[in-house]
Design a protein around this ligand. Structure first.
Ligand SMILES: C[S@@+](CC[C@H](N)C(=O)[O-])C[C@H]1O[C@@H](n2cnc3c(N)ncnc32)[C@H](O)[C@@H]1O
Length: 458
């Protein structure tokens, strides 16, 4: 990997005596990691067996690699994530029942972590500006089994018109110059120039301004980047707390190897030491910067209304009709008798369960890819359950499970029918392989019809 000369000169000056150690760490191989999913019913023993140890500062984190086509991954028991990036979710630390926004969320490394910490209680809005990336985010959240996530694709400037001072907690995992990803993805070096961090910092400030319009008084904002550039890190936080004096930096508890933020790389404000830097020459990871601020105003203080017009209009969200409800209930009673829906809404012929915390008005004018948990599709006179619902449920929640072997699971993800040899009644079943819920199948005379989505088959 050839680092640009200007980059080397810049960091020699900034890092001083540490520069050599830092620059030679960038020439070493990168670290991989994964998190296990506490929303599932058991531990992914097969993947953990191949791990290269625990990430000390993330209870669910391990070093090592995930096999993309392994059952543990396909059923959402693990998520591949670079080890230093895992600390962000720990710092955000959302609580069950809160309203949380992940503003720059794709592909979903941090969102899945936040969903796990919220234990599916509350509202998690995951936004990604680029629709194609938002689609990947939605797929990753479905695999993870998130029930309380709403996936949207908006610019921060548009989203702020919708959710004025709405969220208890916001994560801005900002698009950045990505210097911490150089050794993992050397192609990123080509985008780098001496001006690039400043350009990124300007964009990040706009995103932070939008985030501030969406944060409740008393709320918490976490800002993170995977770059070392002070312009995007300490200098941006210094800019933020100067512009919004109600914001106070919260000290981030550091694990061994983590560094304080560097006030001398910004305006010298000692408060910046409360932020954290993860450097590749001090921890086993690629590098991150994280800052946590809290809005010190009382939670019920009034806020001047924005002059910008809200995009929101009164809800025109469609609810399922009587016949659709009957079809849905028929399935629910048979397969998940204890499932309690929150707000059943229709997007075309797709049925979703919108988290109770989110008023349906908020969906108006919003490009929502996944307005809650996808339950299924209404087809001519029938209801077909969605894979997302299977992945978000546990075997014990269903009274209609069908155990399949690893070989049968391979047939299933390949799109084949599965032949079984027992006398179970015909109808829908939640398919379970080695405790992993992995989809639905419809049993018709000892043949399980395959409903695994065509686009996911392999
Ligand atoms: C660092 S990545 C997010 C990674 C993600 N949080 C995760 O852990 O998987 C930043 C994201 O911001 C998005 N982005 C790019 N430009 C943006 C903008 N102007 N406003 C908001 N998001 C933007 C990118 O598409 C990218 O998905």
């Amino acid at each position: 990997m050839q680092l640009p000369n200007e980059f080397v000169t810049k960091y020699k000056k900034l890092m001083g005596a540490e520069a050599e150690e830092f620059l030679s760490a960038l020439a070493q191989p990168s670290y991989s990691g994964f998190r296990v999913n506490p929303l599932k019913n058991s531990q992914p023993d097969a993947t953990i067996a191949d791990a290269k140890g625990k990430v000390p500062y993330v209870p669910t984190g391990y070093y090592g690699q995930v096999k993309g086509k392994a059952l543990d991954h396909v059923a959402g028991w693990v998520y591949s994530q670079e080890p230093s990036a895992m600390f962000v979710g720990e710092v955000v630390n959302p609580q069950a029942g809160e309203r949380v926004l992940d503003l720059c969320a794709a592909p979903g490394g941090k969102t899945t972590h936040l969903a796990a910490k919220m234990a599916n209680k509350g509202l998690l809005v995951a936004n990604e500006i680029f629709p194609k990336r938002a689609k990947i985010l939605a797929e990753n959240l479905e695999r993870w089994g998130a029930k309380n996530a709403v996936v949207v694709s908006e610019s921060p400037a548009d989203l702020e018109k919708q959710f004025t001072h709405y969220f208890d907690r916001i994560l801005v995992d900002a698009p950045c110059s990505g210097e911490g990803m150089f050794r993992k993805e050397p192609a990123g070096i080509e985008y780098w120039s001496t001006d690039y961090p400043r350009e990124c910092a300007n964009r990040q400030q706009k995103i932070l301004d939008s985030a501030m319009k969406m944060l409740k008084p008393g709320g918490t904002l976490v800002y993170s980047t995977c770059t070392f550039a002070p312009e995007e890190d300490e200098q941006n936080i210094s800019w933020l707390i100067t512009k919004y004096p109600a914001l106070k930096l919260v000290p981030i508890e550091k694990a061994p190897g983590m560094d304080d933020g560097r006030p001398e790389w910004a305006d010298g404000n000692e408060e910046l030491k409360k932020t954290v830097r993860l450097f590749p020459h001090h921890i086993k990871g690629e590098g991150h910067f994280i800052a946590k601020v809290v809005d010190s105003r009382k939670a019920n203080s009034t806020i001047k209304k924005s002059k910008k017009k809200s995009k929101r209009r009164k809800s025109s969200v469609v609810r399922p009709d009587k016949e659709q409800l009957r079809l849905f209930e028929q399935f629910r009673e048979q397969v998940f008798p204890n499932y309690q829906s929150q707000q059943l809404i229709l997007f075309g012929d797709q049925l979703y369960d919108l988290p109770a915390q989110m008023d349906t008005d908020y969906l108006n004018g919003l490009n929502a890819l996944r307005p809650g948990l996808h339950l299924g599709t209404f087809k001519k006179n029938r209801f077909e359950p969605a894979l997302a619902w299977a992945l978000a449920s546990l075997p014990a929640e269903s009274q209609r499970t069908l155990e399949i072997s690893r070989d049968q699971w391979q047939q299933y993800v390949h799109g084949d029918v599965i032949k079984i040899d027992n006398n179970l009644p015909n109808g829908w079943y939640l398919l379970v392989c080695d405790q992993h819920t992995c989809g639905f199948g419809k049993l018709v005379d000892k043949t399980v019809k395959n409903f695994y989505p065509k686009g996911l088959r392999f």
